[in-house]
Design a protein around this ligand. Sequence first.
Ligand SMILES: Cc1cc2nc3c(=O)[nH]c(=O)nc-3n(C[C@H](O)[C@H](O)[C@H](O)COP(=O)(O)O)c2cc1C
Length: 331
Amino acid sequence: MADLSTSYLGLKLKNPLIAASSPLTATLDNLKRCEDAGLGAVVLKSIFEEQIEAAGEKTADHGEAYSAHTDAYEFLREASKERHIDAYLALVEDAKQALDIPVIASINCRSNGKWIEYAKRFSAVGADAIELNHYVVATDVEVDGAEVEKEYLSLVKSARKALNLPLSLKMGPAFSSLANMLRRFDEAQIDGVVLFNRFYNPDINIDRMQMVPASMLSGKDEYTLSMRWAALMSPQVRYDICTSTGIWDGKTVIKQLLAGAKCVQLCSVLLKQGLSTVFKIESEIGQWMEENGYESIDEFRGKLSHEHADPMTWERVQYVKSILDADTRKE
Ligand SMILES: Cc1cc2nc3c(=O)[nH]c(=O)nc-3n(C[C@H](O)[C@H](O)[C@H](O)COP(=O)(O)O)c2cc1C
């Protein structure tokens, strides 16, 4: 039988399928179901730095009787923040006790502020790794690209300096020179990068004349962006690349591995089709490996990356070719 084991962030995984951060990884029961379904690791639902701060402000605002008293106000605010963090600490600790697969804590951080202290505490209760989830919607016309890049790098560098457990960054693709950014994260000695997060987008309902959220779940054709960047960057960086977004079946997982990814994260497929899909995906990968004579993932991982396949196919020429083909068809 084919061996599907791999490694990610220095952790041993029995297969390359990770449950991405989502409501499915927010409770101990769900986490146990993820392990029982056969997933190789779990990334806990993110704790949001803003959420912690907001919880503190809200409680303090409700304590009106004390609000004139600065010490009491501070006490209420800090107590509420602590409760919020304690709940997450308990989830990390319980998950570590109940599960045999790696447990990755996830923090959505705004700046290089207090979240580093939270991360240290998650590490102390046994998290196997920390996934930083940083998201900037660069809508301020006064802020240039260099400033946004500086913020990202500063965040990664401070995290690396403060934390001595495996560290990954889950990020979006919106950089003017993505390749350069991904190399600079390597210089900052991060252990892994998740390509890419999929962010909520707003949509408009024209009948109700209202803003509504666009579909939260990805489509099955959204996988190519992360696959392309895994192929382009895996030969050029030391850290592990984990791909995410639009991965719905075993064939797509195989493609990501061929492009050079160490593993993948699954979210929409699990939310939509249920955890029984994990077995189907795993079987599909195993069957393909057997049919193609591979005993382990390392035997074919990266075989079609930029380094090994025709580099031009991962770059621009393919685009030019498809335009030329379309023009020829028209003639
Ligand atoms: C309902 C929902 C909640 C999510 N919450 C988080 C979160 O807390 N932190 C995070 O990093 N990603 C979160 N994500 C993003 C997923 O982890 C994943 O990166 C994204 O959905 C793309 O993968 P997919 O195509 O397999 O869905 C969430 C996604 C969904 C649909």
